[in-house]
Write a protein that binds this ligand. Sequence first.
Ligand SMILES: [Zn+2]
Length: 375
Amino acid sequence: MKYPISTLLFVLTGFSMLWSADQATLETITLPIRVLRLQSDADERLHCSMSDEEIREQFVTVNQTWDQAKIVWEIESIVDIEAAKPKAFAEAMKNPRGRLANALASNVSKKYLLKGGFNAVFAEDYEKSMGGVFIPQQQGLVFYAKKGPKGIQTPAVLAHELGHALGLPHTIFEKGNNLMMGSGPERVPTPTKPITASQIKIARAIAKTEKPFSPKQIRTPSNDSEKLWKLFDVNGDGVMTISEVAKRHQPFVVDFLRKASRAPDDILTRKDYDFIQGLQRQGQQPQRRPGQGGGQPAGRAWGPQIVPLIFSRFDKDGNDIITREEASNPGSLVNEYFDKWDNETDQNGQLTKDEITERLTAEPAVQGALRRQGR
Ligand SMILES: [Zn+2]
């Protein structure tokens, strides 16, 4: 069968127009960002050796990711600054957890900042502790380093931190190699990353304010999960849309949605709501490390509420079973606990939802706890 070439062309252009219709209607938002290149004789980890050109190359790749949202990061200037408190940094690096962000911020004198705008501070190497970080409490600074935790760095890390600066949290529902994936087996170190339509809406709303995202304290209308849902789903059809929510509760709902990477005009099902609530409850329960009677604050202790998240991340083929292979991501909670849980259940080399739920109900899991016990 033969079609005239003109028909074929029409089909092709028609198709590609459809494909890019959403993006084409978006107006480009250009965001000036100042790069502060740390310099230090005292600590080479704070002495960034990247040239201007290398820094600009990083932003070229960052902008390939952000082009999906029609957001352009434009370097306002690259300024060399002397690290103000290298000793505080060195001290924090000995035990970085919970300390490093403040120590880093203390190294940046406020007089160098692009006031009220976006600032990215480049260092050399945070070693294993991290690739980058966004600190909303400190003028919304983004920190990045030439070297990544495994020696290699990817501009995707910078693009990710800038995502936090535009109000995006780590993903809950998104799969694959999403930009805001905190961790997970599907995360691969590609230089550019996909973002969802909802993430684009959230990020663009903050980008339009032309300053970094700053979390607001919004009082919850109710601590009772059931009552709260009734304020969300006023018409009782099991699905929330923002238009049905009372005006006075809308700011809370919008922020609730944002934390789940949902835009204000997205719908929320009861199932998704329960899932988010389960995760939030979990995050609010600081628990002690097993075997430590002292008052040391622990990492999070995960209970059965985490099971849906575990399956959304690890059950790649969606058969409600996690195999040893699916759980093999180093550093993950499931990888760490897999053998223990399997030994404590039917020892068949795989874990079902019921098995993991049962084990987490009997004994919450804490990441790193088994390693600390020398297993
Ligand atoms: Zn992050």
